[in-house]
Design a protein around this ligand. Structure first.
Ligand code: C5P
Length: 271
């Protein structure tokens, strides 16, 4: 049965293997997945995946946010499929063809190393067995983008005035391309789940527990704009929540993860 901790994806936004391993040891058993992003992957390469897997049975989410010509992305995905990770991201700002080819590349079967024990929740399996495939998630719109960013990027007025319309348009492209789900803010989860169903994963970053909302957020210097609390995101239907700084910056990161898991469980009686 899915527990509160299983919703939490901790973002390993660090630049060394030592630091990453420190957080994996501290948070092992307290979160459901670890997210390896560009900073750590560029610094350490694929070896960091083996090192993290040596320390935990939690799932691995490789947040590469790929965006290139379709053939290049497909070939990159074929390589990612050999790494034994559970989820990988592509940007949805590209063409439907790029997304389809990303999914095709990811469908290349895992090698022996790639067996994952990770189970995201009771009814939606992210990746489980030798036969399972790497799940491609499309990034709808970065959670540090608000209407002013959309406008400065030259989007049509309809999308400047209604960011959700842009997110839904991109989620639809991801759905029809065969993506496992999308990364979206907590503000769009409900709409996405209602339209595309519970099997289509909604992964939500921009999470700020109430106790982590500090001066940085209140004076708007926090880079995340479209934020939600853990319980708001899960209540809206998020399958996974990505949490970085609220755990990383906490005096006691393990306790911070436990508080988030408790908040989820208290609100939704998931156990
Ligand atoms: O909780 P915090 O803001 O530190 O989490 C930031 C993490 O979430 C980063 O790893 C970032 O890449 C990721 N992310 C995001 N917005 C998205 C997709 C991923 O902030 N749309």
């Amino acid at each position: 049965m899915k527990r509160g901790k299983d919703y939490i994806v901790f973002a390993l936004d660090v630049s060394s293997a030592g630091e990453a391993e420190k957080y994996v040891k501290i948070l092992n058993g307290k979160v459901g997945m670890f997210k390896i992003g560009l900073e750590l992957f560029i610094k350490m390469g694929p070896d960091i995946i083996r090192r993290v897997k040596n320390l935990t049975d939690a799932g691995i989410f490789l947040d590469l946010k790929l965006h290139d010509i379709s053939e290049t992305v497909k070939r990159a995905m074929e390589q990612v499929a050999q790494l034994g990770v559970d989820l990988v991201t592509v940007h949805l700002s590209s063409s439907p063809k790029m997304l389809e080819m990303a999914v095709q590349g990811a469908a290349k079967s895992y090698g022996e190393k790639g067996v994952s024990q990770f189970n995201c929740c009771s009814d939606v399996s992210v990746s489980k067995s030798m036969d399972s495939q790497l799940g491609v998630l499309g990034v709808t719109l970065l959670t540090d983008h608000d209407a002013s960013v959309i406008e400065s990027c030259g989007f049509r007025d309809i999308y400047v005035q209604d960011i959700q319309a842009l997110v839904m348009k991109r989620a639809e492209i991801a759905y029809f391309a065969g993506c496992r789900g999308v990364v979206c803010s907590g503000q769009e989860v409900q709409l996405i789940k209602a339209k595309f169903g519970k099997e289509f994963l909604a992964v939500t970053p921009g999470i700020r527990p109430v106790w982590s909302i500090d001066k940085e957020i209140l004076d708007k210097s926090d880079d995340q704009k479209r934020i939600t609390t853990p319980s708001m995101a899960v209540k809206a239907g998020a399958d996974l929540i990505v949490v970085g700084r609220p755990i990383k910056r906490a005096k006691d990161p393990a306790l911070a993860a436990e508080k988030i898991a408790d908040e989820i469980e208290m609100n939704f009686s998931v156990i």
